[in-house]
Ligand binder design. Sequence first.
Ligand SMILES: Nc1ncnc2c1ncn2[C@@H]1O[C@H](COP(=O)(O)OP(=O)(O)O)[C@@H](O)[C@H]1O
Ligand SMILES: [Mg+2]
Length: 363
Amino acid sequence: MRTRLRVGLIFGGRSGEHEVSLVSARSVMDALDRSRYEVVPIGISRAGVWLVDGDPLARLEALLEQSPTEAPGPGESPARTALIPGLAGSVFPELDVVFPVLHGPFGEDGTIQGLFEMAGVAYVGAGVLASALCMDKISAKRVLQACGLPVVEFVELNRHRWQGGPEELLEQVERRLGYPCFVKPANLGSSVGISKAHDRDELGAALDLAAGYDRRLLIERAVDAREIEISVLGNDEPQASVPGEIVPCREFYDYEAKYVDDRSELLIPAPLPEALIKELRVLAIQAYRALDVAGMARVDFLLDRQSGRAFLNELNTIPGFTPISMYPKLWEASGLAYSRLLDRLIELAQERFAERQQDRVRR
Ligand SMILES: Nc1ncnc2c1ncn2[C@@H]1O[C@H](COP(=O)(O)OP(=O)(O)O)[C@@H](O)[C@H]1O
Ligand SMILES: [Mg+2]
């Protein structure tokens, strides 16, 4: 009998966050306790091809260095690669747990979680529904709102409507939200396609930009806010970490501020009064439960500087795992070291898998 758990680490992927995923995966790979785990690396290229032989992480890192901006060509439809069903049939049964270190679409949005469910393998993190809900900013806000949790006022629309009657829509948004406002594609991450609009011209341009990324679009009132984040860990009894604060070096925490300009600051713990910290930790767990998240999520808040009110901005079900990422750093500051955090996530994956076996009708 094997004494070590066999953990499939999946990284790379088709999203714009491919590169961040490789950095996260490298650090998870280095920190996994080899006396407890045998690690099976599984890479997914930017074109969606799965790599299992040799050293997939080194191969993807080298590919990225050669061509940092390569995107899948028009004919390379990953859905057609026969490799995916083959893998699910041949590699997954050999694994005790899979750990997707993938961010954004096709990794954090429930699609690959669906593959794990169908393959009958235990996996780290949220299930299909919670992953999909948290990836879609509109759906997540609707659920949070229905549960009585605070979210910033918003208007939703789809590309078809935007392309059909722009003037009337712009007026409606102005009436309901005013300026400045934030325009976002509902389903991306890393601030891609997000803009802050200060007048009607900018709003139109922002909607055109966002509509290039997604058919579902979200417009929100801009809050003059401090950005506070809390790490949550657990299945049925989730725990919340100390809060952290992001101090962006630009007008908002856009793509440049996240990955290019390194002058943004992380304050851990966030300098906040004790009573507010308590309130935010309760809200983080309520949001986690409302969206039925399992394993982990980083819960992001906007804390209004004027009113002092806290709004839930978004939940990230596979947050960054690089050595400087907020999710593991907040746990470190709460007394849980990086590699113990990984142990706990793997345990939670097994617990959730076992819990699901109690269903009368096996799924
Ligand atoms: N309603 C808002 N008011 C003020 N700032 C916002 C608002 N929405 C987003 N932002 C800013 O834009 C950044 C990215 O938005 P977010 O919704 O978190 O998208 P992503 O999933 O790409 O991180 C936030 O970190 C924050 O700086
Ligand atoms: Mg964000």
